[in-house]
Write a protein that binds this ligand. Structure first.
Ligand SMILES: [Zn+2]
Length: 259
């Protein structure tokens, strides 16, 4: 482990002084944009029009609510043609959803909105930023700061992929902390509900994800999004207000909410 004082040496990248190593939002958004472009070139992207239209529509609805926390974001929503049920959101509003996740949710838009709300909440709460800053300070994956400073772009790529939950390409993944998970669950309920999606779908989605996990190796999604204690119970206990907001959102659009 590198001492925090060493991290402070990266003065160009970090804001907030030695006590709180944080990358600047602008730096992370720029790196994310470049990294996302590379992913789109390297990974197989879905050609399924219905999937792409659905993910863009859900994403834009949630981004409309989250915009207050992430003003000026250039949102982009992409469906990757991969079996693994996974989704991620990078700083700067770059969001990826795998076909496998749409399949796991059986195309249920409320459930997909629950996942996208959760992912976008991680970005709004700057969790990726904290996680990447921590990864650099810990020298995760054998990256030592000396190398990081000499070869900024490859370090960013490696840490970026790890931090955004697409770490299998480099053989590592950095989990969000359990408190990060609970914060994202909570904020995500409000995002999806206010965007007009039934927040109770978060419960059915996580149940599906856990059932899917039984007897298998840890899926990528759960390895980066660990269960924060009793997630289902937490969601149930915090459902009243999001449910009321969902009903208001539906009625204001002249639509009928789920009973
Ligand atoms: Zn999470």
């Amino acid at each position: 482990m590198l001492p925090l004082s060493v991290v402070c040496f990266t003065g160009l990248l970090f804001l907030g002084g030695c006590g709180q190593a944080m990358l600047s939002d602008e730096h992370l958004a720029n790196r994310s944009k470049k990294e996302f472009s590379k992913m789109k070139q390297q990974e197989s992207m879905s050609t399924n029009y219905d999937h792409r239209e659905m993910i863009t529509r859900i994403g834009q609805n949630i981004a409309g609510v989250a915009q207050v926390d992430l003003p000026g974001t250039e949102w982009e929503f992409v469906v990757f043609n991969k079996d693994e049920p996974n989704a991620f959101a990078m700083p700067g509003g770059k969001v990826g959803v795998n076909r496998g996740l749409i399949d796991l949710a059986s195309g249920n838009e409320d459930e997909i909105a629950a996942v996208m709300g959760h992912e976008i909440a991680h970005v709004a709460l700057r969790h990726s930023n904290k996680r990447m800053s921590q990864a650099i300070s810990l020298g995760v994956g054998g990256v030592i700061l000396d190398v990081a400073l000499r070869n900024q772009s490859s370090t960013d790529r490696m840490l970026g992929r790890a931090a955004y939950g697409v770490g299998s390409t480099v053989g590592l993944a950095l989990p969000f902390s359990r408190s990060n998970e609970q914060e994202a669950d909570h904020r995500g309920l409000y995002y999806s509900a206010m965007a007009g999606y039934d927040p109770r779908a978060a419960i059915s989605f996580w149940q599906k994800m856990e059932a899917n996990n039984k007897g298998r190796r840890m899926p990528q999604f759960l390895s980066t999004h660990p269960n924060p204690g009793n997630r289902i119970q937490f969601l149930r206990e915090n459902m009243e207000r999001p449910l009321a907001l969902y009903r208001e959102a539906k009625v204001s659009r002249g639509e009928t909410p789920n009973p």
